[in-house]
Ligand binder design. Structure first.
Ligand code: DAH
Length: 341
């Protein structure tokens, strides 16, 4: 019996040396010093041995139990320490690494430009008036002095909806009629910004959608000089204080007289470059005195009231300021373009 005990000890200690996980350790424990383990069983049955053998077997079995329990505990500690070291190593967090940058969104360049334009007109007392993108043919054309079959309609290539007489607005000018009908006979000073749509061949210079900012001032004694001064002030604030502005005769059905407003090219300061096509001048928009028929359609008596109006293409302004060669870049959703602004 003593030999058996000794061999249990030898064998168990040897096994313990190589055991590497907690589960295997538990198995060894229960096979030896556990409730039904070999050593425990021997201890429990000492009483059945011949009297002479009992003290020696009992003592040795107790010794071995203690020795094995201690060895198991030591091994357990070691296994735990190893597991901890391993998990620390695997899940190591290097706090000295640089953080991951968080991508911050920003406004689309076209929106940034619109807001710059609003700010300038706000300084001059113009409020933003929102008008609709889906417009009636009558308001987009007829009430702006372009009756059906009027050749002037050819200037605007139009998207039609499946509803007769309902189109996508080709310019922001119909908002003039809506604003006038809302405010008449009060004086008006508004800008009407927003997306316009034209059924166009898309090229580097032409898109089928683009933003315009329309302006409208209606009141008593509003004159051409007011329009010229206002446009010149806008151009100076938008492009630079020292730049000249010029006005060219033009034609729009909804204004009389009508003109085209140019500013000296901000890039070459009038000397001539590729952006201004070597003319030294950049077109910034159309403008004119509101046509009496349009005033009347808006609900104002043209014998008492007068007004001026203008229309600016804001993507064009952005293209000039940043030397953007292709208007299609605005709606192509290419981050390499958008992230520059
Ligand atoms: N609606 C014109 C266009 O889209 C621009 C324009 C010209 C607006 C003259 C005006 C104006 O208000 O007076 O081409």
């Amino acid at each position: 019996m003593l030999d058996k005990l000794k061999s249990i000890r030898e064998q168990t200690l040897k096994q313990l040396e190589s055991v590497a996980d907690a589960g295997a350790l538990r198995q060894i424990e229960s096979a030896t010093v556990g409730k039904k383990g070999e050593v425990t069983t021997i201890l429990r049955t000492v009483g059945e041995l011949p009297l002479s053998e009992r003290p020696a077997v009992g003592r040795l079995a107790n010794e071995i139990r203690q020795e094995l329990e201690a060895a198991i505990a030591a091994r357990e500690e070691l296994i735990e320490a190893q597991a901890l070291a391993q998990s620390l190593e695997e899940g190591a967090l290097d706090v000295t690494l640089p953080g991951r940058p968080v991508a911050v969104g920003r406004l689309h360049p076209a929106t940034q430009m619109l807001r710059q334009v609003y700010a300038i007109w706000a300084d001059m007392g113009f409020q933003v008036y929102r008008s609709r993108d889906v417009e009636e043919d009558e308001i987009n054309f007829t009430l702006l002095n372009m009756p059906p079959h009027h050749p002037a309609r050819d200037m605007w290539d139009t998207f039609h909806t499946t509803t007769e007489g309902v189109i996508l607005r080709t310019h922001t000018s119909p908002g003039q009629i809506r604003a006038m009908r809302e405010y008449a006979p009060e004086p008006i000073r508004v800008i009407l910004p927003g997306m316009c749509y034209r059924y166009e061949q898309i090229t580097a210079r032409h898109e089928m959608q683009f933003n315009q900012v329309e302006g409208l001032a209606v009141g008593r004694n509003i004159r051409m000089t007011d329009l010229k001064g206002t446009m010149a002030e806008f151009a100076r604030r938008m492009y630079g204080e020292h730049l000249q502005v010029r006005f060219r005769c033009s034609h729009f059905p909804f204004t009389e007289p009508s003109m085209e407003v140019d500013a000296e090219c901000a890039l070459c300061e009038g000397k001539g470059c590729s952006v201004c096509k070597y003319t030294g001048w950049l077109e910034i928009g159309g403008a004119g005195m509101v046509h009496p028929v349009v005033l009347q359609n808006g609900g104002y008596d043209p014998r008492v009231f007068s007004g001026f109006a203008f229309g600016l293409g804001t993507e064009r302004i952005m293209m000039v300021k940043h030397d953007i060669q292709d208007i299609r870049a605005f709606w192509a959703n290419d981050l390499r373009f958008l992230e520059q602004f």
